[in-house]
Unconditional design. Structure first.
Length: 567
């Protein structure tokens, strides 16, 4: 019987041979054999399967099953699969609670843990299964740090729920809370809606953060074209997982690494997809972080330049009418890319991990008859992209305004200042926010939160009370991809680090002006400086543990809110 002493090592074992080959590695092989590995298994390239399965949400719930299909694809292509788990935090479940502070923090923990496992066990390749929001950018960040052959597979979107004859998503439930609070919906109706809105496994159905980032990865090229968009409940998702397993072995054998795929051009394609689909403002934060991990210069103003020339051509919730499963049925990301290519808005020579260029993927696009999800490029739903970058005396480093789904480009009103999300939510429910106001929520930034909570509970409550078209909101925190209305997020520098937002007082006049690309307070520079001189930084919310470490290490939102060593 052969052993690794005399078996020739597979040439594709570029890394794992240091772990498994030769007499000196007998102890390591002994550990592997304890769980069923054979000498033949250990002679093959070791390929990790990073799963973010967790039993706290539907978003990642089908990954155990998908991992088995990925495993079979790797085995049949000559590799040895090694599955491992990392964490996930549900934005939707934790929304509006202190637990939501863990969401963005989890992006760093997920990236760190995937990097640690794959680096320490010297995997030759890696498939990352992702679902809920932060797992998606985290997987790409880890792959870029490792720069070993690999890809990311999104486990798919949830099907829409059915409530009284119409399609509904989790967005409808959040907004129904506000409707119920003002007495326009009964408790029984709210309970019925919550029971039906999420019918099974898969990530949130609208063009919220998960589907925004899934699409971005398709355009970025790090996910096999067309596989992410297969819905979670479709029979074809199993085949997509198997194909991902086969494909990663091709990448391993040809030594095609993520940094060969994720280029400046690919990042611009991904940004274009966010702008054209009315996607989540979180896409800005995550693509900045991905660019930093890829060592590619990318600035927040680059997003504005791309969004300004890119029309919104996908009618997707929350700004439009349809959900991800509708886009899949209409023709998917390739259809969106086809329309964008007609105006030379994409770099078609950018490569996908499946071996094709984006131009070749565009040529393969098909369109279902009478589809209404994707518009012709000359008949867009909106003339400019779904977000804008503003600067000004309240946001010297910039902020992100969501534009999809409304036509508002200017608002001037008095500030209603809150130092936490909970304080603001209580005021909204008590009817203390009025039409014309500018709601300010501060000390919710990357360090101040810490964790940069999303304000969906507040924005949904405003929508439920009918105020989303008459108030503006700004925060150094984030917005959910399900948020809609005239709202500025990621205001930088944040309040906890002495940003101008910390100087605001009740009834200060605030102006949001998209045409001028400006967010400003009607205060002189001298007045702002005087107020900040007298300002004292609040004590950190956490003195120890993961939140304290994160707050000490996290960068500004204008730089992607990544963690990095001091100095």
């Amino acid at each position: 019987m052969s052993s690794l002493y005399d078996l020739p090592s597979d040439p594709a074992k570029r890394r794992s041979r240091l772990l498994t080959d030769g007499p000196d590695r007998a102890p390591a092989r002994s550990y592997f054999k304890a769980i069923g590995f054979t000498d033949d298994d250990l002679a093959k390239p070791l390929v990790g399967i990073a799963s973010t399965w967790i039993e706290t949400m539907p978003c990642n719930y089908n990954q155990r099953e998908l991992a088995e299909h990925v495993r079979q694809g790797i085995r049949n292509a000559g590799g040895m699969p090694v599955e491992f788990n990392t964490i996930a935090v549900s934005d939707g479940v934790t929304m509006g609670t202190p637990g939501m502070r863990g969401s963005l923090v989890s992006r760093e923990v997920i990236a760190d843990s995937i990097e640690l496992v794959a680096y320490s066990h010297m995997f030759d390749g890696l498939v990352c299964l992702v679902g809920c929001d932060k797992t998606i950018p985290a997987a790409v960040m880890a792959l870029l740090r490792l720069d070993i052959p690999g890809l990311v597979l999104y486990n798919g979107s949830i099907a829409p729920g059915k409530w009284r004859g119409k399609d509904v998503t989790i967005q409808d439930v959040f907004e129904a809370v506000g409707t119920h609070a003002v007495g326009k919906m009964t408790g029984a109706d709210l309970h019925e809606l919550e029971t039906l809105a999420c019918p099974g496994a898969g990530a949130c159905g609208g063009q919220f953060t998960a589907n925004t980032m899934s699409m971005a990865l398709d355009f970025l090229g790090i996910s096999p074209a067309g596989l992410n968009e297969v819905p979670a409940a479709e029979r074809g998702k199993s085949a997509a997982a198997y194909n991902a397993g086969e494909l990663v072995m091709k990448l391993v054998r040809e030594n095609i690494t993520p940094k060969q795929i994720v280029t400046r051009e690919a990042l611009e394609n991904a940004i274009t997809s966010v702008a054209a689909s009315g996607g989540s403002t979180n896409g800005v934060l995550h693509l900045l972080a991905i660019a930093l991990e890829a060592d590619i210069p990318l600035q927040i103003d680059d997003f504005e330049e791309i969004a300004a020339r890119t029309p919104v051509i996908a009618s997707l919730k929350p700004g439009g009418e349809y959900v991800a499963t509708d886009l899949y049925a209409a023709g998917g990301c390739a259809l969106l890319a086809r329309e964008l290519a007609k105006r030379d808005l994409l770099h078609l020579s950018a490569r996908n991990v499946d071996g094709r260029t984006l131009g070749e993927i565009v040529l393969s696009a098909s369109e279902s008859e009478d589809q209404k999800v994707v518009a012709k490029i000359d008949e867009p739903f909106q003339k400019r992209g779904g977000f804008a970058i503003l600067r000004g005396n309240l946001a010297p480093e910039g902020c992100v305004v969501k534009l999809a789904g409304h036509e508002r480009t200017f608002h001037r009103g008095p500030a209603r200042v809150f130092d936490s999300e909970e304080e603001c939510f209580a005021a909204v429910k008590a009817g203390k926010v009025s039409a014309g106001d500018v709601v300010v929520i501060r000390y919710e930034g990357p360090a101040g939160g810490p964790g940069m909570r999303e304000m969906l509970a507040v924005t949904a409550a405003l929508a439920g009370e009918g105020l989303d078209d008459s108030v503006a909101l700004l925060t150094d925190g984030r917005f959910s991809g399900a948020t809609h209305g005239f709202m500025a997020a990621h205001v930088s520098p944040e309040a906890a680090r002495g940003g101008p937002i910390a100087a605001l007082r009740e009834d200060d006049m605030i102006v949001l002006d998209v045409e001028a690309r400006e967010l400003r307070a009607e205060l002189s520079d001298e007045e702002i400086e005087s107020r900040l001189t007298a300002w004292k930084a609040p004590a950190p919310r956490y003195a120890s543990g993961v939140f304290a470490k994160y707050a000490a290490l996290v960068s500004s939102a204008s730089e992607g809110a990544i963690t990095r060593p001091p100095g």
